[in-house]
Design a protein around this ligand. Structure first.
Ligand code: NAD
Ligand code: MG
Length: 381
């Protein structure tokens, strides 16, 4: 039995992870769950999966949940202490990080220090603290298993291949709902328009990130850390059908890719059973039905988040934290209709321009840079 903890269990990746557990109940069991504020969904999950420990972000939500599950044997924690308590527990094997944002850094580090494998969906953690997490994982002998579909595809395309023979990574991108539009067209985009992703149904934050293509920028940095390549070895390829989930080109010119219908359950299940595979009862890829796959270059003028991400990544140090934190705050302001769509990347650019980089930052410096970035945005308003 593999025992798992899901951080962010009530979200898009979290609930799909729960489905994978439900479909593989003889082999997977849930030790603990954590979520932000969705008490009703958490109660439902507790009654179905019987975790012994759970955590809610606010103490108010935790108190509400305790009252609802009085009849069950479950301990309810709250706040960062709650997340850290779960990550530091003995009785589990894999931590699924399906939380949004760099709030995931500390629990992820705690789990690695605790010797646990990580099934990583929470890309913001790797973007901002990859230089701490990857060496720590190697040192502790734990695996970081990618859940992000592109990174899972790259990971699968590297199976059994010599790592030193990789020429480049072809990171595919759907292009989001605004592919083909000009910057001018994007001036008056509303929240409703940006939340309509053509191929994937995901949480709000990543859906907006896909519309700005900041998501692909974050994924470039995520790939750099996961696969130990340099930025010039990563090429973003716009592929609107989201069938080729990404590919790896080797020195002899061979390109190995992973294809499939857009469904996050496959990469989630693959991470949980790696290096094995399990049957999945979903729709399978029908190439006759799809008939045509297309590829194009990204429009880096309209989607400025992409070159900004590359710049942040290449600069390194605290710059990726500034890129990420500025984006997290700007997206939340956009969702509250406080700023326009194009202001998201404009905010990132301004924060980056204003920042003095700290090389090789420790955890405290990363978290301090995050707060400083938020402060800069607040004062700028
Ligand atoms: P989501 O918004 O649907 O879910 C987020 C989950 O995190 C929820 O359960 C929420 O309650 C919880 N959460 C939020 N703040 C919290 C806090 N402070 N403490 C504890 N729990 C908290 O998000 P999602 O779309 O599932 O994305 C999760 C992560 O996975 C993100 O990093 C995203 O980039 C990545 N990802 C998502 C997808 C996808 O298809 N949704 C694909 C690839 C990568
Ligand atoms: Mg992805």
């Amino acid at each position: 039995m593999k025992r798992i903890i899901i951080l962010g269990s009530t979200g898009s990746i979290g609930t799909q992870t729960a489905e994978v557990v439900r479909e593989n109940a003889e082999e997977l069991t849930i030790t603990a769950l954590a979520a932000g504020s969705n008490v009703a969904k958490m109660e439902e999950q507790i009654r179905e999966f019987h975790p012994r420990y759970v955590a809610m972000w606010s103490e108010e939500a935790a108190a509400d949940l305790r009252a609802r599950v009085r009849d069950l044997e479950v301990t309810v924690y709250s706040g960062m202490d709650g997340l850290l308590a779960l990550a530091s527990m003995e009785e589990y094997d894999v931590l699924v990080t399906a939380i949004v944002g760099m709030i995931g850094i500390r629990p992820t580090i705690a789990a690695i220090e605790n010797g646990k494998d990580i099934a990583l969906a929470n890309k913001e953690t790797l973007v901002t603290a990859g230089h701490i997490i990857m060496p720590l994982a190697a040192n502790k002998g734990v695996s970081i298993l990618p859940v992000d579909s592109e990174h899972s595809a790259i990971f699968q395309s590297m199976n059994g291949e010599p790592k030193k023979r990789i020429a480049k990574i072809l990171l595919t991108a759907s292009g989001g709902p605004f592919r083909g539009k000009s910057k001018d067209d994007l001036r008056h985009i509303r929240v409703e328009d940006a939340l309509k992703h053509p191929n994937w149904s995901m949480g709000h934050k990543i859906t907006i990130d896909s519309a700005t293509m900041v998501n692909k920028g974050l994924e470039i940095m995520e790939a750099k850390w996961l696969f130990g390549v340099v930025y010039d070895q990563i090429t973003v390829v716009v592929h609107p059908q989201s069938i080729v989930h990404s590919a790896v080109e080797y020195v002899d010119g061979a390109v190995i890719a992973q294809l499939g219908i857009p469904d996050m359950k496959l990469p989630i299940q693959y991470a949980l059973f790696y290096p094995d595979r399990r049957v999945m009862n979903q729709k399978k890829l029908d190439l006759f039905e799809i008939a045509k796959l297309t590829f194009e270059e990204p429009d880096t003028e309209t989607f400025e988040g992409l070159p900004l991400a590359l710049k942040a990544g290449k600069c390194g140090g605290t710059m990726p934290t500034v890129f990420n934190a500025a984006n997290e705050m700007a997206v939340s302001m956009f969702l509250k209709r406080e700023i326009g769509f194009l202001d998201i990347t404009k905010t990132i650019r301004e924060c980056m321009e204003n920042h003095k980089v700290i090389e090789n930052p420790d955890l405290e410096q990363i978290l301090h840079t995050e707060q400083e970035t938020y402060e800069f945005i607040r004062n700028r308003k």
